[in-house]
Design a protein around this ligand. Structure first.
Ligand SMILES: Cc1cc2nc3c(=O)[nH]c(=O)nc-3n(C[C@H](O)[C@H](O)[C@H](O)COP(=O)(O)O)c2cc1C
Length: 203
């Protein structure tokens, strides 16, 4: 009872959610300052609490702070001849989000539904982490472009096989932003929402 009450009170005193969502941006320039361990833990805790299909929680987070390993990971995010992901080398923390094999029931459900639920789960957990980071004044950027094989080998991730295969689904850079966030570019609401049926009137 007390726990429930304190959860409600805490929720009501939290930062306005829509403001937080508006505030979060992908950060591609970082200060050198390290991320305080308690803030890092709170970001991971936010990810831990994410929902997932059949509550299978098919994720593992590898926190990399070692300078040498970070710079090797950063190299593996580059597209030769482009500036893409050059910022990754600056971030004081890189988190590799590993997709663990989901429970059998989830895998069967995903096969029948033809939807890779684990990727939805990973995306939600990653966004929880990024939103908590934004709330704490930290910046993040999800990185989906990287040499997965080499990152997995560098971080000693056991492959598994078949239904037990592990994937490195995402990297997330984390640190204090070095510059002001850019304006969000988003499609207008009326172009992405319909009511009652696809393309329906009233939007
Ligand atoms: C799954 C995923 C993969 C992404 N991969 C990259 C990436 O490799 N490099 C990068 O700079 N940004 C990457 N981003 C960030 C997006 O470019 C960014 O979220 C989008 O442009 C919207 O900007 P905002 O996050 O600042 O609102 C990725 C985002 C997601 C969700």
């Amino acid at each position: 009872m007390y726990t429930n009450l304190s959860r409600i009170l805490h929720y009501n005193s939290a930062m306005d959610f829509l403001k937080l969502v508006q505030h979060r941006r992908s950060v591609r320039a970082y200060r050198e300052d390290p991320v305080p361990p308690d803030l890092l833990t709170s970001c991971l805790e936010a990810a831990r609490l994410a929902p997932s299909a059949t509550n299978s929680q098919p994720w593992h987070f590898i926190v990399v702070t070692d300078t040498e390993v970070r710079s090797r990971i950063a190299e593996l995010t580059r597209l030769p001849g482009s500036r893409m992901n050059a910022f990754a080398a600056q971030a004081p923390v890189i988190i590799a989000v590993v997709a663990e094999p989901p429970r059998l029931v989830t895998q069967i459900g995903a096969l029948l539904q033809k939807t890779p639920f684990y990727l939805l789960d990973i995306g939600i957990a990653a966004e929880h982490l990024c939103l908590r980071a934004a709330e704490a004044g930290l910046g993040t950027c999800m990185i989906g472009w990287f040499d997965e094989k080499k990152v997995a080998s560098l971080l000693g991730i056991p492959k598994g096989s078949g239904l037990h295969r592990r994937r490195v689904s995402l990297l997330i850079t984390l640190g204090y932003p070095a510059d002001a966030p850019r304006e969000a570019k988003r499609k207008p609401l009326q172009s992405i929402v319909s009511y009652e049926r696809y393309g329906g009137e009233g939007n």
